[in-house]
Structure formats: C-alpha cells, structure tokens
Design a protein. Structure first.
Length: 148
C-alpha cells in the first residue's frame, strides 16, 4: 500500500478518534489550535501513522480507541442533540457515556423509540445519506380517529 493511501485528513482523524466532529475540527484548525508534529497545519492537511497530533498542546491519540455503537430506547422528553449547553434534557447528558458519542439521526422530543449512538463518523454518513437507499419505517399512534 502506498504512503498516500495511509494518510487521513486531519479533521477526519480528529472525528474518528472521538475528539470532536469534523466541523468542530475545522474550527480548531482555523483558530490555529491544532498542530501536527509541532506545526500548525492548513485546512485539508493529511496525517500519517506516527504523526504527533495535538490540540491546545495536548496530544491526541486514537490508537487505543475502538468504535462505540450503542442502541438506546429514547424516552419521551429527551432531545436528540449533542448541544449540552443549550438543551438540559439532551440525549448525551441523559446517557452520560464516558466517551464522546452522537446520535445517528434523531427522534423528536415527544417521540420514543430506538436510536443508535456512536463515535464512528463514517458509519453515520453511510446510514444517513439518501443515496444509500436505506428504508425507514415509523409506527405512529394517534389519539383521535384518522380522517381523510
């Protein structure tokens, strides 16, 4: 395998190791808070195995982190958001998992049901992209007769 094939964009790497989302990584890179081997990278810079990646001077390592996949029966009243500072009844605080995870898709606050959470950004894209033609099925209960 060529050296080029082993490289990963820095924002994708930070997402894959569970540090932050790709968008959040882009912001950190723009702010100059990320370094690769002691140098501030440009947007889109690729890293190779063995490169030292740091955010705010703290080393980031994904070598021991395995993907996390959780199946969760979301109760009514919990919001499917990772924005823990704004919504007090959010799914992340409710589950209180020790590593960074995020929901795959969403269920509305008044809904309950199965939702998956993960730290694996690649699987999220594979599941949610419309071009992958994944069928969705919803069971709905109403409290009034259905009319035309």
């Amino acid at each position: 395998m060529s050296e080029e094939a082993k490289q990963t964009r820095i924002n994708k790497y930070l997402s894959e190791v569970g540090y932050c989302s790709r968008r959040e990584a882009d912001k950190l890179i723009e702010q100059g808070r990320v370094t690769i081997n002691g140098k501030v990278p440009e947007m889109g810079t690729k890293i190779s195995e063995g490169d030292l990646v740091q955010v705010d001077g703290e080393s980031i390592s994904g070598t021991n982190d395995k993907p996390v996949y959780l199946a969760f029966n979301k109760p009514v009243g919990i919001v499917c958001t990772t924005d823990t500072g704004v919504e007090k009844d959010n799914i992340i605080d409710f589950i209180n998992y020790p590593k960074r995870i995020f929901p795959i898709g969403r269920l509305d606050k008044p809904s309950e049901g199965l939702i998956f959470l993960t730290n694996d950004g690649d699987i999220v894209n594979k599941i949610l992209r419309a071009r992958n033609n994944h069928e969705k099925e919803y069971l709905v209960t109403v409290d009034k007769p259905i009319t035309p």
